[in-house]
Design a protein around this ligand. Structure first.
Ligand code: LLP
Length: 418
């Protein structure tokens, strides 16, 4: 897990004291260090591109903030988008349609039409989608998402590649689907699989690429089609706990590029990391409202709940926490960090050993860059929070918080009720 400098009991993030950022912008606030986004992108790109032509499709579902998309556009990234909303957001951030790959699931014909009208390449999730797209147009690049029968992920909810999954085309129908695509007039350019998110070991990724390489050769033999790209999806693990080892991305890159280069005539590998690029670049800063003892429990009540960060409540995910203004000070007790949402399941962290907390302390929640703001909600009528970007000691607001009026903006009271 990435940790941060300590200056006399104060956590330093992006060259600034975390509590200074909290004081200046208010809490709760997501704070991202631009340098870390660039560093993570370059690390994963370099691991693969030293072997072969590499295209990174940043899985923007992890974090669609326009400023962060701009940073990745500047780095040369491409995009994995799952909805017309993500496609248009990335275009707003400066991505040309050709740099976006649309991988939808349960795709409506109207969305398919909008995406294909924009000339965005499409990664096909079902035969139904293929047939419906053929009636619209066949002159855009497509690839096909395969269900390889291999799953990987930090919990069941995020495993996608196992047999029987709702995602992709089953292995036994894969070669036939390419035949059908050719018959319909498409010229498929790639093959894709995404087996899940945050899995712990390298083997499933390597096995998956082996399967995709095999299928690529069968497609060439049976249909004379030379695919240009093998896309191995995303899902690379990021450590969330102190002392948890990093996934060896170099080992995965060495193994999978070796398979592609030695076993196929494919020249380009694509991958779709989301979490790997943005997760540990961001802290959620939340202020302590109150401290309470109840039975055997000690609670720190803060101003962010599962409306702001749902991962602990939804997946039982661990996010490391620290009191940023008592950073690395002696710890004395165990605390649950809980939010302002009126449900018992509203917590950010449980049983954490921390220094004595006080009202006004600023708690930093680590690894809050991926699936954090992007999964937040306005439950309990709490407006969405702010985002700030820091770089070398400067902090800038990149998203204003919503206000209460925003909660009413799209609602209509029928006249007869007035
Ligand atoms: N490609 C496809 C087709 C995907 O569906 C996903 C994630 C990715 C790439 C990126 O996966 P990553 O590299 O970020 O693991 N909300 C969950 C994670 C759901 C991931 C969904 N798909 C969480 O908070 O852990």
């Amino acid at each position: 897990m990435r940790d941060f400098d300590n200056n006399d009991g104060h956590m330093i993030f992006g060259g600034m004291r975390a509590e200074t950022i909290a004081d200046r912008f208010g809490t709760p606030v997501y704070v991202t260090d631009e340098n870390l986004v660039r560093e993570n992108y370059r690390k994963i790109y370099n691991a693969f591109s030293r072997h072969m032509d590499t295209v990174i499709h940043y899985a923007c579902k992890a974090n669609t903030s326009l400023a962060i998309l701009r940073i990745l556009e500047q780095e040369g990234s491409c995009i994995d988008a799952v909805s017309i909303g993500e496609v248009l957001t990335c275009m707003k951030a400066g991505f040309q349609p050709a740099r976006i790959l649309y991988t939808g699931t349960s795709v409506s014909s109207s969305e398919l039409k909008m995406v294909s009208d924009l000339n965005v390449p499409i990664n096909i999730d079902s035969v139904s989608e293929l047939e419906r797209l053929a009636k619209m147009r066949t002159d855009i690049p497509i690839s096909v998402r395969i269900t390889p029968g291999i799953g990987s992920g930090h919990c069941d909810k995020v495993i996608t590649g196992s047999e029987g999954s709702k995602f992709g085309i089953p292995m036994d129908a894969a070669v036939r689907t390419y035949g059908r695509a050719l018959e319909l007039g498409f010229k498929p350019v790639g093959i894709h699989a995404h087996i899940g998110s945050g899995g712990y070991t390298a083997e499933p990724f390597i096995e998956t690429v082996s399967i995709l390489a095999d299928l690529t050769n069968q497609i060439k033999d049976e249909h004379g089609l030379d695919l240009k790209t093998i896309n191995m999806g995303g899902g690379f693990k990021v450590p969330y706990k102190p002392n948890e080892p990093e996934m060896d991305i170099g080992e995965i890159a060495d193994a999978v590029t070796d398979i592609i280069l030695n076993e196929t005539s494919v020249k380009t590998i694509a991958l779709e990391p989301g979490r790997y690029i943005v997760c540990d670049t961001t802290l959620l800063l939340t202020r302590c409202n109150d401290v309470k003892r109840s039975g055997t429990k000690n609670y720190i009540g803060v101003d962010a709940g599962f409306n702001t960060l749902i991962r602990p409540a939804f997946y039982d995910s661990y996010h490391h926490v620290a009191i940023s203004n008592k950073f690395n000070k002696a710890c004395e007790g165990k605390y649950d960090i809980v939010g302002p949402i009126c449900e018992t399941g509203d917590f950010l962290a449980r049983d954490r050993v921390l220094p004595v907390p006080e009202e006004g302390d600023v708690i930093a929640v680590y690894n809050a860059g991926a699936y954090a703001f992007s999964m937040s909600s306005t439950y309990n009528s709490r407006p969405l929070c702010k985002e700030v970007l820091v770089k070398d000691g400067n902090a800038e607001l990149i998203r204003e918080s919503e206000n209460i009026e925003d909660l009413w903006r799209h609602q209509i009271i029928p006249k007869r009720l007035l």
